[in-house]
Structures are given as structure tokens and as C-alpha cells.
Design a protein around this ligand. Sequence first.
Ligand SMILES: Nc1ncnc2c1ncn2[C@@H]1O[C@H](COP(=O)(O)OP(=O)(O)O)[C@@H](O)[C@H]1O
Ligand SMILES: [Mg+2]
Length: 316
Amino acid sequence: MLPCSSGSPKNPMGRVIAVANQKGGVGKTTTAINLAASFAAAEVNTLLVDCDPQSNATSGLGFPKDPDRISSYHLLMGAATAEEALLTTELEQLWLIPAHKNLIGANIELVDAEGREFRMREALAPVRDRFQFVVLDCPPALDLLTLNALVAADAVLIPMQGEYFALEGISELLDTIERIRAALNPPLGIEGVVLTMFDDRTNLAQQVMRELKNYFGEKLCTTTIPRNIRLAEAPSHGMAALVYDPRSKGAESYIRLAKEIIERQLPAISSQPPVGTTEISTTLPASGQAEDTGEHRTDTAVEELPAAADEMDKTA
Ligand SMILES: Nc1ncnc2c1ncn2[C@@H]1O[C@H](COP(=O)(O)OP(=O)(O)O)[C@@H](O)[C@H]1O
Ligand SMILES: [Mg+2]
């Protein structure tokens, strides 16, 4: 029941998207599950990899806790192949590599391991060409697990809650992305920034949206994800929202987001190489709030970055 290479004729390498933000509760897992499900519903082979010891993406797709099941922990430890870890799901074109809470141990067990930040990338390499999209759900920390996901990824999708302090802490994430580019994964791009739990009727939400647009420019996804009870209920039934309630606003918004991301890929697919995204600045005002400069900060010089070794020590 494995997907074959012919499932992704236009993009033989598959695009790996890490859903990351070190803040908890911003909608990473909800985005990872529902975006992956929406790609699959759009009839492209998709793999969701749960990289978080909390295993919410795994349970959210209906897989109960099972310490004996092969999981992302085994991938990182080199104890199993991705092929051995693949699970089929309710959606024909969606596969899952689950997580288990033992994954928390990988952070410590890998500290002295050789190539510790390349483990996920190497584990996924043999199966990448079978999927058009590989979506990685990251934990709420800039730890070795997130680092492995960012090294494995072509691009990062950053979910942000449309609230006043949305930008707080984002400079730390962008600095990490920049250091990973400098030391470990030069082509790493920003897939986009997506506003989650968004209520566009409030003035505050509009203001936050303008601020993010000023800062991120075209990287801010046009699609926003509304606060929607179906999105919160679906995981407790072990389903993606589009299976639980396909007509809900939440399910519809993730289908739109998937479409937006697929459409962004089209020019890249027709002109090889497919990877390579416009850079955005990683420098933020000290307050963590974006300056209202009225123009996109896409061309600002990037700060000098510390050596790779420093980065490893910070993130491990
Ligand atoms: N758009 C949304 N509408 C309603 N509830 C949401 C939405 N997005 C996420 N949630 C809920 O908010 C909580 C945190 O979301 P989650 O995706 O787990 O965040 P993270 O993975 O970043 O910690 C969960 O209970 C989830 O069901
Ligand atoms: Mg999560």
C-alpha cells in the first residue's frame, strides 16, 4: 500500500514543510494535520511526520498511544527506516509517521551523536520522492527535535495567533532559521506565515494583520484560519476536520491554505530547481513588535551569525 513515485510526476523530490513556532498553542498541530489532509484531499501523496513527543498529530489522526509502534523516535535513533514507520490513514493519499512520548529522550540521547541534526533528513531521504508534500509537526521548543525538522525541510510554515503579542518571540525563531541556513541547510525558505484562530471582525485582529503584512510582505498567507469549534473537536474523534465536518469553516480554510501553497509551488515546479524561496529579514525591532515602516522588509541586511558550533550548543 505504499505510494509509488508516479504519484508525484511534477515534483520528483517532494516538498518538505516544517510547521514550526516555539510558542505552544498557536495552532501548529491543527495546521499540520489539516494542511496535510487537505493536500491529500487534493489528490497529492502526502506524508505527515509527528516530530513532537506530545504526539498530538498522531492521536489527532486516531492512533492511540503505543510504545511498541515504530515512530519518529526510531527514525532519529537510526533504529528503523521511514518505510517501516509509515502508517496508512483514513485518507487514501495521506500517510503518517507517528510519534510517542519516548521521543523526548531523543533530545538527550542524541546530544553526543554524530550528525545528530541530520537524522530526520537522512531518515526521510529514501521515501521523499514518493510524496509531493511532507509535513513535519514540530514541538513547542527550539530544541534538537525542531532543529532536525528544520534541517530536513525545504521551508518553514509559521502559524501565528492573530493577537497583540503575535510577534513576540518570532525573532528568536527567525534567528534560528537564519543560523540553520548558514550552517546546516542553506536552501531553507519560509513557506509562509499563517494567521490562526483569527477573528477578522475585531479591530485588533485587523491591526495585527496589517502589522504582520508590513513585516512579512508576501510571505503572509492570504488565507487566514478562523477560530472554529470543529477544528478543536475533530482531533478528539481522531479525524482531520475535512473528514469530521467537511463543510465547516475550519475545514474549508485549510483546504484554501493547501490550495494557496500548491499554487505557490507551480512556478517553482515548472522552472527547476523547485526549491528556493525569497528570503525575509530575520531582524526585528528589539521590542519584538514590527515597525510600521509602510514597506516590506524583504531586503534588509541579515545580522552576522555565530558559528555553527554555537548554534548547536544553543539548540541541543
Ligand atoms: N482555528 C482554531 N479554532 C479553534 N480552536 C483551535 C484552532 N486552532 C487550534 N485550536 C485549538 O487550540 C489548541 C492549540 O492548538 P494546537 O494546534 O495544538 O497548537 P500547537 O500545536 O501550536 O501547540 C488546541 O486545543 C486546538 O484544538
Ligand atoms: Mg502541537
